[in-house]
Design a protein around this ligand. Sequence first.
Ligand SMILES: [Zn+2]
Ligand SMILES: [Zn+2]
Length: 224
Amino acid sequence: MSEEFCRTRSRVQHQLWTDPNYRNDMIRVHIGKKYPSASLKKRGRIPWNKAEVWKTCARCGSKFRIPPARLSTARFCSKKCHDGPRYPAKCQICSQISYLPPNRLPRARFCSAACRAIFVQRLVPRSKTKIEGLMASALKAIGLRFLSQYTIGRAIPDFAIPNERIAIFCDGNYFHSLPKVKAKDERVNERLSNLGWRVFRFSEAKILDNPDACADVVRKACEL
Ligand SMILES: [Zn+2]
Ligand SMILES: [Zn+2]
């Protein structure tokens, strides 16, 4: 049964469809199950893993048994064969070795989004914006020690106080009012607070109006 089915695919599918033993409902009922259900046993139907439907693996050439419904799409015998061979790639930042499929090797430079963020930060030396400058001098004026452009995972807050686990963002009016950026900001907030950081966001209007008040909010949080 197996050999001739593998050569003529369409004929097999037709036969499976017309054969009452290989109806689709039977396949669906038996997903993830090892043995045929009692009701199907009564009806005398054969589950797919007892059915003799075989295919040849496109990678290793071994024969494997599959559900009739997957006959046209299944190509590999196992996850290992599906993924193919993997080669080591070294992260440019942390030198960690990760094993990747060959098609990803030319573009593989970093092990993670966090390492990419560090690279971007080193590559693009950016000058402080006006509101960042105001905020920085206000923080300095009340004697807070902070780091600029500190990377936490893949987030880069404008200022950070690592000892207190406080992250400070200065949000420009236009850019941070865009819906896409707003959603991203919220994701960043959530990720940072899951890591145990307290996130402070000050809008451009607030900082321009009164930078000292903004710095005071941070100082109060430090004292808590
Ligand atoms: Zn295989
Ligand atoms: Zn890395």
